[in-house]
Design a protein around this ligand. Structure first.
Ligand code: GLN
Length: 192
């Protein structure tokens, strides 16, 4: 199994490092051709406006969108969640627009918005370490979206079928549980 990591901007190296630690083959996605032959993809944290623009400029957006619509498992962390949201509450843009969630960018404030907490995550047994950095959260979900984690009543993790989004950064911790959860999604889907 080979997992792609969008490597245009942001915290992609840390995701690759974590996947390597879990003995998973990785592929840096920098252009449209790189999207061949992957069984899942991670859209990392970073700056969603910059990443969204690069997806268009490098001609990756349409093919990526099509592959996810056709079932490619995707994990969007932080800015990656923003890229996948249908609608942003405090921004007029949308990017890949693949998930029925309303997301607020920089929801905890721009400067003082970084913190760490341990919370429950549906489908994972132990508490998950959650590191937030100028993070978004989900204000509203559609009927087909499963809420997986909340922090102070704000939704910070959710899933619809092959799309998993989280507000926080597991790749910046030693906690591999969310990556393992995502890899299970990829394994299950490549058996189909
Ligand atoms: N604030 C960033 C954005 O809006 C996301 C922050 C992150 O990915 N750590 O794009």
């Amino acid at each position: 199994m080979k997992i792609g990591v969008l490597a245009l901007q942001g915290a992609f190296r840390e995701h690759i490092q974590m996947l390597k630690q879990l003995n998973v083959e990785t592929k840096e996605i920098r252009n449209k051709e790189d999207l061949e032959d992957i069984q899942g993809i991670i859209l990392p944290g970073g700056e969603s406006t910059a990443m969204g623009k690069l997806l268009v400029d490098l001609n990756i957006k349409d093919k990526l969108k099509n592959m996810i619509e056709n079932g490619l498992p995707v994990l969007g962390t932080c800015a990656g969640m923003i890229l996948l949201a249908n609608k942003l509450s405090n921004d007029t843009t949308s990017h890949l627009a693949l998930m029925d969630i309303l997301v607020k960018r920089n929801a905890y404030g721009r400067q003082l918005g970084s913190f760490t907490t341990y919370e429950n995550f549906k489908g994972i047994e132990d508490l998950v370490k959650m590191v937030f950095i100028r993070a978004p959260y989900i204000e509203k979900v559609g009927d087909n979206v499963d809420i997986l984690a909340t922090v102070n009543n704000n939704i910070v993790a959710a899933r619809t079928n092959n799309i998993l989004v989280i507000s926080f950064h597991p790749e910046l911790t030693e906690d591999t549980k969310v990556h393992k959860y995502f890899l299970e999604m990829c394994k299950a889907s490549s058996l189909n």
